[in-house]
Design a protein around this ligand. Structure first.
Ligand SMILES: Cc1cc2nc3c(=O)[nH]c(=O)nc-3n(C[C@H](O)[C@H](O)[C@H](O)COP(=O)(O)O)c2cc1C
Length: 437
């Protein structure tokens, strides 16, 4: 049975032309010797961040990228292409990537490399980086090295920036284009910090500026530009917005079906009808975002909106194996008989995540956030284990592996479930290279 979950062409030979490791090593040195010392940053104050997360001062030496201008050759910039050719090119790029359908949404401090790799192992076809601040990215080497890491298997990859200056955005984008398949512009962040910084969803008040950001990238980058938007309260405004972005050179549009004021994803359902209207109005690939909590949502959303793929955020944080068909107990009510223990639980996933963090170091604040998300339900059963975790001002892997063992010894196990009908078709198959087939 061919499922909605198989990309029509299997991903993928990563489109890298230089071995990444050697590029990374050489350019790390290059970056260190070229850049001025970074200013003392209060970066978290500048970004679209998750206020619930605790931040640690410890830092990891992370694999980093680099000061390099683009030499990647996915095509030449689209400066001279007609509207028709731009659309054709957008589809040919999407097709070359295998038309990924199941995609990890951008999440500040949460969609970092080890988490992306975990989601890819469990069925994600593609992923976004967390939003990066374009100006800080161009100015601050420490920020670049810490906030953007990748590896050869981390493809297809969208690298997302927030911006309000076309030249700065282009400068930032050029540094990452050899390592990604899209440079994405965040036009959806609704938080106060984005209002103050004049980016994200607040650019919806200045569409000429949005147009100039998209045009700047589309005219000068070798990789395509994508945009992630929220909807306007009025459907006709959303449609004109989407058409303007397409016209400006956007090659792929991710539509979060909530307005700028609908910040609470649990309170407001995403408007799939608006996404469907956008999909019908534009000719480039469209991704739907909002209310993807398990694989039934994926099926329904693709069917109802006609979108080319879906993004999931919050639900993936609790259940990174969502795209492989696993679901938390919350989503089996009423039809429990059709679900069975998938022989996987969130603690297993956390251990896998921690191993990936040992391989691909990231700041401890990100790891801490994932521990809370993945083990939230477990901590509700044994709150003193959470208190123990919160009392640690510095974390170690040893402490975290012990924490999982402690929960197991206390007899906590909350399985993830697989729907009977999905067991045969959707259960993740892990190939020799550790990636999901
Ligand atoms: C912790 C967290 C961080 C987020 N950071 C970003 C971000 O960096 N860029 C962005 O475009 N959206 C960001 N979002 C929004 C998500 O990408 C997504 O649009 C939103 O959560 C709706 O999807 P969902 O219903 O699957 O959660 C973030 C969401 C969460 C929960």
């Amino acid at each position: 049975m061919k499922s909605l979950f198989s990309p029509s062409i299997l991903p993928l030979q990563p489109l890298l032309f230089t071995p990444l490791k050697s590029l990374m090593a050489s350019s790390l040195t290059h970056t260190l010797s070229q850049d001025p010392p970074p200013p003392p940053p209060h970066l978290d104050d500048l970004l679209c961040s998750n206020p619930q997360q605790q931040h640690q001062t410890e830092e990891d030496a992370s694999l980093s990228l680099l000061d390099t201008s683009s030499s990647c050759c996915l095509g030449s910039p689209s400066r001279y292409l007609s509207g028709e050719s731009k659309v054709e090119r957008a589809w040919s790029h999407w097709t070359k990537l295998g038309r990924p359908k199941l995609i990890v949404a951008p999440m500040v401090d949460n969609s970092e490399l080890p988490f992306r790799m975990l989601c890819r192992k469990y069925g994600a076809h593609a992923a976004y980086t967390p939003m990066l601040h374009s100006r800080i990215f161009t100015e601050n080497e420490k920020y670049r090295n810490q906030e953007f890491t990748t590896c050869q298997e981390d493809r297809p990859l969208f690298v997302q920036f927030c911006a309000n200056d076309p030249d700065t955005l282009l400068d930032a984008a050029r540094r990452v284009e050899p390592y990604c398949d899209y440079v994405d512009i965040n036009l959806g962040c609704p938080q106060r910090i984005a209002r103050r910084g004049n980016y994200g969803a607040f650019l919806m008040d200045n569409l000429p500026l949005v147009k100039s950001l998209v045009e700047k990238l589309a005219h000068n980058l070798h990789v395509p530009v994508s945009c992630k938007i929220r909807v306007f309260p009025k459907l006709e405004d959303t449609i004109s917005y989407a058409k303007m972005l397409e016209e400006a050179g956007c090659s792929l549009l991710a539509v979060h079906g909530r307005t700028r004021d609908e910040k609470d994803g649990k309170k407001f359902r995403a408007d799939w009808k608006a996404i469907k209207a956008v999909k019908s109005a534009v000719r480039i690939p469209v991704l739907a975002n909002g209310n993807i909590r398990h694989t039934d949502d994926v099926h329904n959303c693709l069917e109802e909106t006609g979108a080319d793929g879906v993004l999931s955020a919050e639900s993936l944080l609790e259940n990174p194996a969502l795209f492989a068909g696993f679901r938390t107990a919350e989503w089996i009510t009423g039809e429990g008989k059709r679900n069975k223990d998938g022989k996987l639980d969130q603690a297993d996933l956390l251990v896998e995540y921690l191993k990936l963090c040992e391989k691909y170091p990231v700041p401890w604040r990100m790891i801490r956030a994932h521990v809370h998300k993945m083990l939230g339900d477990w901590f509700r059963i044994q709150p003193h284990v959470r208190e123990d975790l919160n009392a640690q001002s510095r974390l170690t892997f040893e402490f975290l592996y012990n924490l999982v063992d402690q929960l197991r010894e206390l007899g906590v196990r909350i399985p993830l479930y697989l729907k009977d009908v999905e067991v045969e078709t959707q259960a993740v198959e892990v190939s020799a290279n550790g990636l999901a087939n």
